[in-house]
Ligand binder design. Structure first.
Ligand SMILES: *Cc1c(COP(=O)(O)O)cnc(C)c1O
Length: 360
């Protein structure tokens, strides 16, 4: 039976990447050992690491005035690294809270920065949860940066337009990086934990405009110091060599699949298919305003929540796994990152249609 894994994260990886990693586990590049067992300073490893960076730069068309860092600590480490690296202790910074993750980032920033201004929050409307239009955001004069989360993984809320910010824009793209084409030049900092759309957990990517690299707070933990990590080519200390390798394999796979343009088309097609199923069937409901619906994470509720457990059990019997909603939200959630084939979403929609018919 084919398993379709809708896990929100750590999420499924392309089977082709896993097979290649498996084949190379006992013999990487003819050395008779795995990539995990060689020095990160060895020429072979450095060449692999540089190729991974170049492939990411190609995929996202990252301009030359941006540094790319491969760092420890997943996405959440940057909730504290960003304020310490980008803002002085007495600075004012702006945050937009649109769901669980940006709320945590907002709370974390208060430890490090004088004034953390809440510029806007997602709100309930007649058509579902929505992000206020940019004109209505309460931005601070002279803010060191504006932080937001373009795709809220738990809540399934997304901002599809890039805010037209005067302050450097900082985006937590953990669950949407590489999902579709993006104009990197509009951002000051993009960061992402790897385990949704890139590779293994505990690893992260930072894309930072070079003029923002000057560290603003000397007490920032050196391993999380963007300026130091840039100067050391992300090898101030031993990086997560396995995660870097596997991420590099995912970048190669993405290139071979047609890059982010092809991913964008496929991701939008998958999302369209699932939202159509939900909207056309009174048995299912999604509570996000159509303008802010995520293409990556689709939360939905059953009209009869008492059937949640049955839904999950019968879905799993058809190989459709990890559909349980986040413990904060309940209901169901289907996460459909780049590695999820269109057929996976099709299989889910077929199941949902039959399940609704049976239980009307
Ligand atoms: C998963 C996620 C995080 C947290 O990532 P960790 O690697 O667990 O720290 C942060 N932000 C967003 C948007 C996420 O989806």
């Amino acid at each position: 039976m084919t398993i379709h894994n809708f896990s929100a994260g750590p999420a499924m990886l392309p089977a082709a990447v896993l097979k290649k990693a498996q084949a190379e586990l006992l013999d990487w590049q003819g050395r008779g050992v795995s990539v995990m067992e060689v020095s990160h300073r060895s020429p072979e490893y450095v060449a692999m690491a540089e190729e991974a960076e170049q492939n990411l730069r190609d995929l996202m068309a990252i301009p030359d005035n941006y540094a790319v860092l491969f760092m420890h600590g997943g996405g959440r480490n940057h909730f504290s690294a960003v304020p310490q690296n980008i803002a002085s202790a007495d600075a004012t910074v702006d945050y937009v809270t649109t769901g669980s993750w940006s709320q945590i980032a907002f709370d974390e920033a208060k430890k490090y920065v004088g004034k953390v201004n809440l510029a806007a929050s997602a709100e309930d409307t007649a058509q579902g949860k929505a992000i206020p239009q940019f004109e209505n955001w309460q931005l601070s004069e002279g803010a060191a940066y504006l932080h937001y989360c373009p795709n809220e993984t738990v809540d399934g809320i997304a901002l599809h337009e890039i805010p037209d910010s005067k302050a450097p824009l900082v985006a937590d793209m953990s669950s949407v990086i590489l999902a579709e084409p993006l104009d990197v030049s509009k951002f000051g900092v993009i960061y992402a934990g790897a385990q949704k759309n890139i590779g293994p957990s505990g690893f992260s990517v930072v894309i930072i405009r070079k003029d923002l690299l000057e560290t603003r707070q000397n007490r920032v933990c050196t391993v999380m110091n963007y300026q130091v990590q840039d100067a050391e080519r992300s090898m101030y200390n031993t990086p997560n060599t396995w995660a870097w390798y596997l991420s590099g394999e995912v970048f190669k796979w993405l290139k071979a699949e047609g890059g982010v343009a092809a991913m964008g088309e496929r991701n939008h097609a998958k999302a369209r298919l699932l939202y159509e199923c939900i909207d056309n069937n009174p048995f299912y409901q999604n509570q996000v305003h159509p303008r802010n619906r995520s293409i990556m994470n689709v939360p939905f509720q059953l009209a009869k929540p008492e059937l949640d457990a049955t839904f999950l059990k019968e879905a799993a019997e058809e190989g459709l796994v990890a559909l349980k909603g986040h413990r904060f939200v309940g209901g169901m959630r289907a996460s459909m990152y780049n590695a999820m084939p269109y057929e996976g979403t099709q299989a889910l929609v077929d199941f949902m249609t039959r399940f609704a018919q049976r239980n009307r």
